[in-house]
Design a protein around this ligand. Structure first.
Ligand SMILES: *Cc1c(COP(=O)(O)O)cnc(C)c1O
Length: 461
């Protein structure tokens, strides 16, 4: 099979035509006058829309090396669009006779990726946040009256959702590389107040991998549940054994021993927003979702996703898009994994360039594809001023030369822990951070590095 760049224009007319034919096969009917509109007016609004989209940064471009943003693959867009025209709702089988089975298929593949048992319980969600909320809620139901421990670098929604659930949350300190401290975790477990531990594999800030294999040992000892938040990092499981550092690979291998796991196909799974997933190892947690609604139309005996999720309506299109994408990019090292591997190599190669640079320096070696770096300056205030100036200068260039970076806040002690000795004339400083999610970043990194070096050099003159 020859491979080529898949363009949306090659796919959209085909799927829209096919779906129109599908609709027509049920017999024609007139659109009600109340839903009719002036075609010229509709086209004008769409022109205005695209014009307003000019305000966005080019999230799809390798020059965008800032936050966790990446466009969906054309396969996902076409599949989503085709399905969205019919708008099935994966809440109920009856409302999604085609897309509920697709969701089951992709869930099986996700479970296999994490080496979960074949009889697991899980579903897609609108977001990683709701997926995590479900896992924390199930944790509270199983260990009532107990709290949630997550690392200080975990996603901020874990403490927010603990408030929603009215359970105490405990921020476990992190080591110099941003990974959960086992010593501090054990201190907290000893209080007897922890019911669920959240381990993050791929923190949002630095892409750090919490020591899950060791966390699980402690959790067993203190009878706590373990939930793995791999909203960002989950798909790195595909390349853990072949590409990642063996220590990270050891913790990825331990996901199979956790109680639940969350991954966001809308981050590293080539999907448009609206696609997270949660998987539970023990199917009996389904009992917590029990409800009895007079207006829900569960008619078949098979399990409906609406019976085992906190949300109700959910896009069948999201399941269809992920299903179609994984037909083309299967959840294997050579499928989707090869895309993540390129971003991983981009980060590792950039790290090498930073080590050799006389003007920039790495903050730490990236565990995944998120990298933090800073100018070689003498004081906190200089680091902060230069980082902010580089960040602004990079994005203020003409369109084709713009580079988009993000910043990350560090304290003096964190810099010292990384062997970066600076004058502490400020309590906090911004450094630079880049998420290299796009495989194109692999060839782009030398370019990005050169531009940022030049910018730093000019500012430090
Ligand atoms: C992005 C992210 C979340 C939140 O997921 P959403 O899909 O944005 O709601 C939670 N945890 C981690 C580690 C993340 O990276």
């Amino acid at each position: 099979m020859a491979k080529e760049t898949i363009k949306l224009t090659d796919l959209i007319p085909q799927v829209v035509g096919d779906v129109e034919a599908l609709r027509a096969s049920f017999g024609a009917f007139e659109t009600h006058p109340s839903q009719q509109a002036d075609l010229g007016a509709v086209q004008a609004v769409l022109t205005e829309l695209v014009d307003r989209l000019q305000a966005d940064h080019p999230y799809f471009h390798p020059n965008y090396a800032a936050q966790m943003l990446k466009p969906p693959h054309a396969v996902a867009v076409a599949a989503y669009l085709a399905t969205m025209i019919l708008n099935p709702n994966n809440h109920s089988q009856d409302a999604s006779r085609a897309t509920t089975p697709m969701e089951r298929e992709v869930l099986k593949e996700l479970a296999a990726m994490f080496e979960f048992p074949e009889d697991f319980l899980g579903h897609l969600t609108w977001s990683g946040t709701t997926a995590n909320l479900e896992a924390l809620w199930v944790g509270r139901e199983i260990n009532p009256g107990k709290g949630i421990a997550h690392s200080a670098d975990a996603h901020y929604t874990h403490s927010r959702m603990s408030e929603v659930l009215d359970v105490e949350s405990f921020a476990v300190s992190v080591d110099s590389l941003g990974r959960m401290s086992l010593t501090d975790l054990e201190e907290k477990l000893k209080t007897g107040k922890i019911g669920t531990i959240v381990a993050t594999l791929g923190t949002t800030g630095l892409g750090a991998v919490d020591p899950l294999a060791d966390i699980i040992v402690l959790a067993r000892q203190y009878e706590a549940r373990v939930h793995v938040d791999t909203a960002y990092g989950g798909f790195f499981k595909l390349i853990a054994d072949t590409d990642l550092d063996p220590e990270a690979a050891r913790h990825y291998a331990a996901i199979k021993d956790a109680d639940s796991v969350v991954v966001d196909p809308h981050k590293h799974g080539l999907q448009p927003y609206g696609c997270g997933a949660v998987l539970f190892k023990d199917v009996s947690v389904g009992r917590f979702y029990k409800h009895d609604s007079p207006y829900t139309y569960f008619t078949s005996a098979d399990l409906h996703f609406g019976e085992i999720q906190l949300e109700t309506s959910r896009a069948g299109a999201a399941a269809a898009a992920f299903w179609a994408t994984t037909r083309i990019f299967p959840l294997t090292r050579d499928g989707l994994g090869s895309i993540l591997a390129a971003g991983y190599r981009a980060a590792q190669n950039w790290h090498e360039l930073l080590l050799e640079s006389d003007i920039l320096q790495p903050y730490q070696k990236p565990e995944l594809d998120i990298i933090a770096y800073l100018p070689r300056a003498k004081s906190m205030s200089e680091i902060d001023r230069l980082s902010q100036a580089i960040f602004l200068q990079a994005e203020q260039a003409p369109r084709t030369e713009q580079i988009h970076l993000a910043t990350y806040m560090v304290k003096p002690n964190a810099l010292f822990a990384h062997g970066i000795n600076v004058e502490t004339d400020m309590a906090k400083a911004r450094i630079l951070r880049s998420t290299l999610m796009k495989p194109e970043h692999e060839t782009w990194v030398p370019n990005l590095h050169k531009h940022i070096e030049e910018s730093a050099r000019n500012l430090m003159k």
